[in-house]
Design a protein around this ligand. Structure first.
Ligand code: PRP
Ligand code: URA
Length: 219
């Protein structure tokens, strides 16, 4: 797995969340013996921590309030509600954790699956909130491999007006980051790990296998 200095040397534009709790939970998830129940629960917990990181610079506004002790001024999030966009299926495993942290967010879904031969993303569902152009859009999917799925989802969101987009994943690889940076240089990536490479089947190595299958117990 690459560290932030190696990423910088390779010219990969990605924010690595190397917090010890994230790394500990991710290692448990990678283990092939972990049950789907545990896998889901760990993914939800890591998503809380990634959510804090991706929203670190959200704008705030000052509101006058009265505590039981005195009148004061305090800060609240400002602007239109942000939107989480989950890339189905596996994105839903992260969405739950994101919504734990920001329950008032709007939610959209983009259904995409990878054709196993061509590794191209095939769209089968698309439903997103209105006024994308006025919202911060946070797209979630645990795996950024070739990046074909994430690039296709973001192409579609941009064609619907989205302007301020961030992407959060759990694991990626240099090939995916490079392709994503080239396609959407304006979209930042937040991840818990950048692994070595992709194998001949387009899987991340060492990765954790097929995220959707591990979340939902399918094969
Ligand atoms: C997985 C994953 C991403 C995609 C990443 O989805 O959740 O969406 O692969 O690969 P890429 O970067 O090469 O496009 P998958 O196609 O397995 O669908 P699923 O979530 O329904 O299992
Ligand atoms: N999708 C996954 O679920 N895992 C990978 O390693 C690559 C794509």
């Amino acid at each position: 797995m690459l560290d932030q200095e190696q990423l910088r040397l390779q010219g990969l534009d990605v924010l690595l969340v190397d917090h010890p709790l994230v790394q500990h939970k991710l290692t448990l998830m990678r283990d092939e013996r972990e049950s789907s129940t545990q896998f889901r629960s760990l993914l939800r917990e890591i998503s809380w921590l990634l959510c804090y990181e991706v929203t670190r610079d959200l704008p705030l506004e000052t509101r006058a309030i009265k505590t039981p002790v005195e009148a004061t001024k305090a800060q609240l999030l400002s602007g239109k509600k942000l939107a989480f966009i989950s890339i189905l299926r596996a994105g839903n495993g992260m969405l739950d954790g994101m919504l734990d942290v920001i329950p008032s967010a709007r939610v959209g879904h983009v259904g995409l699956y990878r054709d196993h031969k061509t590794l191209q993303a095939i769209e089968y569902y698309y439903k997103v909130p209105s006024q994308l152009d006025e919202r911060l859009i946070i797209v979630v999917d645990p795996m950024l491999a070739t990046a074909n799925s994430a690039i296709a989802a973001i192409d579609k969101l941009k064609s619907d007006g989205a302007k301020n987009i961030r992407f959060v994943c759990l694991i990626t690889a240099p090939e995916g980051v490079r392709a994503f940076n080239a396609a959407h240089p304006d979209v930042s990536i937040v991840t818990a790990a950048v692994d070595h490479n992709l194998n001949e089947k387009g899987y991340i190595v060492p990765g954790l296998g097929d995220a959707g299958d591990r979340i939902f117990g399918t094969k």
